[in-house]
Design a protein around this ligand. Structure first.
Ligand SMILES: [Zn+2]
Length: 115
């Protein structure tokens, strides 16, 4: 049986990232205990890195594990949406803004040469 215990947290402020959407990156040190075949309990530690982001939809800060993210999305060039917001709806609204700029209608039959 593995017991998960959060012992202490290290905060590393990354000053290289833009303060717009990528807020900070920090590492959390977790303590685990496992029992060996002889019944002796061994303690071991694992570091997990988290990214603090600002939601592009509601502007609230949220945290995601770095391991759960695509590395190329770790930039301010991408939109980041928290779990409380609807990411699909947010993406549709971004498309709508572009269509308003280019006065395009929603039509899949538009010839690509006309774009
Ligand atoms: Zn949000």
């Amino acid at each position: 049986m593995i017991l998960l215990m959060i012992v202490f947290i290290f905060y590393f402020c990354n000053l290289n990232v833009n303060i717009l959407m990528l807020l900070e990156q920090y590492t959390e040190k977790n303590k685990y205990t496992r029992k060996s075949k002889n019944g002796t309990e061994h303690v071991y530690y694992r570091n997990k890195t988290y990214i603090k982001l600002r939601c592009d939809c509601c502007m609230e800060a949220f945290v995601r594990a770095k391991s759960a993210m695509d590395p190329k999305r770790l930039s301010n060039s991408y939109y980041h949406v928290c779990k409380n917001c609807d990411s699909k709806k947010f993406a549709q609204e971004r498309g709508l803004e572009k269509r308003k700029i280019w006065t395009m209608k929603v039509d899949s039959l538009i010839d690509i040469s006309m774009l």
